[in-house]
Design a protein around this ligand. Sequence first.
Ligand code: ASP
Length: 435
Amino acid sequence: MIVCKFGGSSVADAKQIQKVKSIVDADPQREIVIVSAPGKRTRDDEKVTDMLYACNALVQQGQSCRELFKKVAVRYTNILAELGMDAKPFVAILEEVRQMIDAGHGAEYAASRGEYLAARMVSTYFGWTFLDTDPLIVIKDDGTVHEETYNNLKKVLKKGTKYIVPGFYGCDSEGKVKTFSRGGSDITGAILARAAEAQTYENWTDVSGVFSVDPRLVEQAKVIKTMTYREVRELAGVGAGVFHEEAIAPVIASKIPINVKNTNAPLDAGTMIVTSREIDGHPLAGVSAKAGYSRLSLRKLMLFKKSGIRHALLTMLHIFGVRPSFSLFGVDSIVWFFETTQASESVLNAMCQRIKSEFALDSIAIDHGHAVVGIVGAGVMGEPGLIAKSTTALAHDSITLNFFNYGSSDTSILLGVSADQAQAAVKSLYNALFA
Ligand code: ASP
């Protein structure tokens, strides 16, 4: 059996939902379908999820979301009407949701209703069973999936029954609605695939697979035919879109292959994501960049004479909400890169003062506007001349490197550049290594 997840663009309007139905009808093995909330129909359109967050923001400011919620309701009632369905019974469900948001159930509850309503609507249209993920999918405080989720799902899933399941949310250990991070319906799909012991997890989106480089940057970008779980995770980790980086975790142990496919071009093969692949002639999978990092640089003579200093410093960073993503260690220095959104300027100033005095540092500095570029591929370690080619290309295009990370993963090389040079770096590396 096959578990399919359809993203926001695949359920954005009635025409798209009809495409979903014909895809699902084409293979009786497609027995479980996970849906996102309706996404953008055009470039300037709004995602239902964004509107729901905005509804909650109004409520937090002491206002009613009644007016704004009308826009949400219209998205669903229009779809129902265009599908030739009776929208009336749905109006009561929409009103119930609006009242709950107005009653202050919070951002995660509000956002989760996009998927909830989409799944209810699609289940009626398909005549399939609606399976709510609250309270079956239990999400831990750190956003990862609680193991009991799989027992919960196994208990309720019946062979031969076809299910429509809302993506993106479950509940916390107290039973309160909790969402994954944005784009998290991919994770729900992977959870259902594992629980139902699916043969394949199909992830349907609006492009024909994972690209080796962002097609908005490089016109001739190609879809990757086969890639490993590790490659997709590392590529997503450095900003490549399409597939949520945390959605690999549930399927990796059971080795369920993931097929990323295009709802608008269902005959395209898409990308297969599997445990391992042949390297022959294709050491690399892709190149991508992620901006939004800040750099913390510390210096102290004989820094590492004091045992446990790294641990103590990290504990201090955690107290201020800073969790570094990348580290570099010198003779008397440490550099950490962290996501800029983790702390405000005033929190960072307070953190620097505290660390400087408590650890008697010679210097401490933070600067912003960094990006990390990843060259990703199962064959990066065995490819002679790869580093020379990469750095030559960057030097040729006058791109300065801030750090270089080779050997910490056998599937990627990470390079630090300034955020304003990130796109140029990706193009330069793609041309040198892939074209
Ligand atoms: N609707 C949610 C979002 O916009 C989750 C998803 O689409 O996967 O992030």
